[in-house]
Design a protein around this ligand. Structure first.
Ligand code: MG
Ligand code: ZN
Length: 218
């Protein structure tokens, strides 16, 4: 048992070292970078799709999409206007790690971009444990998932820098208590920047896009 814990710690330590190398590479190129995590179907790719047209002529964006299989999400990012779009297929792994991101970064001329968006594999658990080396981690929650998610996934909610609450257009139809959800978030992560958004209607996207632009232009 003890030995198994040691192995897991070694893997995470090795990953953290590589994440630091990734960060140094991204930082040297002058790019602002985010790692988007969420459960499957929360709307990570939809958020990217809605965000890219609003950044047109403002920021040059590269997208890296992690999925267990297919290049559907990278194709969607490219169609929405990403200047470069790379798919990482994890071949079964339920999260991206720093090695995978390094492989994708090697295919990019980072100096050509202002913003790097990494879309992690849809999973609320382990992506939080594997640092990639991006500047910020963004969690996309969504109304149909339920208002209890901060209570059930405290480790994930605790570690993120920004929180997008997507599908707010569904609030009238779903038993989602925003005050209960917000209370849970506050306890775990009192300083997190929160963006209530509907990718379907476009509500709330402006504040999110301004946040990205402000950071990418620094
Ligand atoms: Mg996706
Ligand atoms: Zn995993």
């Amino acid at each position: 048992m003890t030995q198994r814990i040691q192995v897991v710690e070694n893997i995470l330590n090795a990953n953290d070292r590589l994440a630091e190398e990734n960060f140094a590479r991204i930082e040297a190129a002058g790019v602002f970078s985010i790692n988007i995590i969420a459960s499957p179907g929360a709307g990570k790719t939809s958020l990217i799709e809605k965000t890219l047209p609003l950044l047109k002529d403002k920021l040059r964006v590269a997208a890296i999409d992690g999925d267990i299989a297919t290049s559907i999400d990278a194709d969607r990012a490219a169609a929405a206007g990403a200047g470069a779009s790379i798919q990482i297929n994890t071949g079964g792994d339920c999260h991206l790690d720093a090695v995978m991101l390094r492989g994708a970064l090697e295919q990019l001329d980072l100096t050509q971009f202002d913003l790097l968006i990494v879309e992690n594999v849809g999973n609320l658990v382990c992506p939080a444990n594997f640092k990639l080396g991006t500047h910020k981690t963004v969690l996309v929650a969504s109304v149909p998932e339920g208002d209890d998610k901060p209570y059930k996934y405290p480790g994930t909610y605790r570690g993120v820098d920004a929180l997008v609450v997507n599908k707010i257009d569904l609030l009238p139809y779903v038993d989602f208590r925003m005050d209960y959800f917000t209370q849970g978030v506050q306890v775990l992560n009192p300083n997190v920047t929160t963006f209530p958004i509907s990718c379907r209607t476009g509500e709330g996207l402006d504040a999110w896009v301004s946040w990205l632009i402000d950071r990418a232009r620094k």
